[in-house]
Write a protein that binds this ligand. Structure first.
Ligand SMILES: *Cc1c(COP(=O)(O)O)cnc(C)c1O
Length: 391
């Protein structure tokens, strides 16, 4: 079990509150299944009855429907978000000897994908106002070996794409967007994933667009990238007996695609519900000492996570969990300080903004089905903690 899996499991099951109220989960994927149960059950059954289970008509239809939703030429369904990143990098022919710039605060998968291709991840610090990669820091990290920039649209809000694109154009370095937390997020008149040279999605079950197993997608308007991703996801098959490259098994299955076709229809509506929940948190918590998420100009945040900041984070976390509120930390340790990265020799202080954020951030429960009543309960417990002089 990966660290994130066990974390997700813990987060989903907060301890029962002392006052006997039902615990409020951190995430609630089952609630969405209940809403669309009839449609989803029928879709799964129809796949089972057809007898074709991998890369079939539902994958093709989901790719087509996502293309239309995003207004992008090529969509290639893959096995998960990590594979989407690996395959997009391979689509750009990136590998050993190349450097790829990524934020120092993101899911470990962003860095893992780079290392899986043989390339070297190079970290850039974040802009603490949005937790997204800081374009000024990116420019400082560019060398002759830099072959791609991977901004991660953290928590559901896009990075500063205008500045990143200016850097990308100036140095001729392509952008791969890690849009795994930002399905449907908008930047000016574009949508997350369509703003660079290629975009990557995960449909892990807690994401804004979530399957009930593993799934991912690479999207791009570039035919060459699309062609290579298509080859690499399925053992290099050009046709049945022709293998153009040494590929990989990064295939998407029919059941997940059939489920995602249904969920995609309701994505905007569910993102809007998340935005309403965020506005409610904002009005309830505005007069507390917590820093609340900031929406940068010309961006529509889709609140994959609602992340607050407190210099007494660990005490607050304990207090809220003790009161039956599921909370999370995304993430507790910046990637450069993880044991897995030890060979790179990073030290505390290398990326101070990411390090400070990791000490202070706390993710509150956030999902479209979260009730206002639960949000009021959460806000009351937060205020209680603050008024006890613990913050
Ligand atoms: C979830 C996530 C991934 C990885 O997706 P998987 O489907 O779990 O492989 C990559 N990057 C970010 C930012 C994520 O949130």
């Amino acid at each position: 079990m990966t660290e994130r899996n066990s974390l997700a499991a813990m987060e989903a099951r907060a301890p029962a509150s002392a006052n006997g109220d039902a615990p409020i989960p951190f995430a609630n994927p089952f609630a969405q299944y209940e809403t669309y149960r009839t449609e989803i059950n029928a879709a799964i059954q129809s796949v089972l009855e057809k007898g074709h289970y991998i890369l079939g008509e539902n994958v093709a239809a989901f790719e087509h429907e996502l293309s239309a939703y995003l207004g992008v030429e090529n969509t290639i369904g893959v096995a998960n978000g990590t594979d989407a990143l690996v395959l997009a990098l391979k689509g750009l022919q990136i590998g050993a000897g190349d450097e790829v710039i990524i934020p120092s605060m993101t899911a470990v998968a962003t860095a893992a994908a780079v290392t899986l291709t043989g390339a070297t991840p190079v970290f850039a610090d974040i802009d603490p106002a949005t937790y997204n990669i800081d374009p000024e820091q990116v420019e400082k990290r560019i060398t002759r070996k830099t072959r791609a920039l991977i901004p991660v649209h953290m928590y559901g809000q896009t990075a500063d794409m205008a500045s990143l694109k200016a850097i990308s154009n100036k140095h001729g370095i392509p952008i791969i967007e890690d849009a795994c937390q930002a399905h449907g997020a908008r930047y000016k008149d574009g949508t997350a994933g369509t703003l660079g040279d290629a975009g990557c999605f995960s449909f892990y079950f807690t994401k804004n667009l979530g399957a009930y197993g593993e799934a991912g997608m690479v999207i791009t308007d570039d035919e060459k990238i699309a062609d290579r991703v298509q080859l690499y996801r399925n053992h290099g098959h050009r046709s049945k007996f022709e293998h153009a490259v040494m590929g990989y098994n990064g295939r998407l299955d029919e059941i997940q695609a059939a489920i995602l076709r249904i969920k995609l229809k309701y994505l905007d509506e569910n993102n809007q519900k998340r935005r309403v929940r965020a506005a409610v948190y904002h009005s309830l918590l505005n007069d507390t000492p917590l820093s609340l998420p900031a929406e940068a100009e010309e961006r529509t945040h889709v609140y994959h996570l609602y992340v607050v900041r407190s210099d007494r984070r660990d005490g607050l976390l304990e207090y809220l969990s003790g009161n039956g509120i599921g909370v999370g930390i995304h993430y507790r340790t910046p990637i450069h300080l993880q044991e897995a990265l030890a060979p790179f020799g990073f030290k505390e202080g290398n990326f101070p903004k990411a390090e400070a954020a990791c000490r202070e951030i706390l993710s509150l429960p956030m999902y479209p089905e979260l009730s206002e009543e639960d949000q009021i309960y959460i806000a009351e417990r937060i205020k209680e903690f603050c008024s006890k002089g613990k913050i």
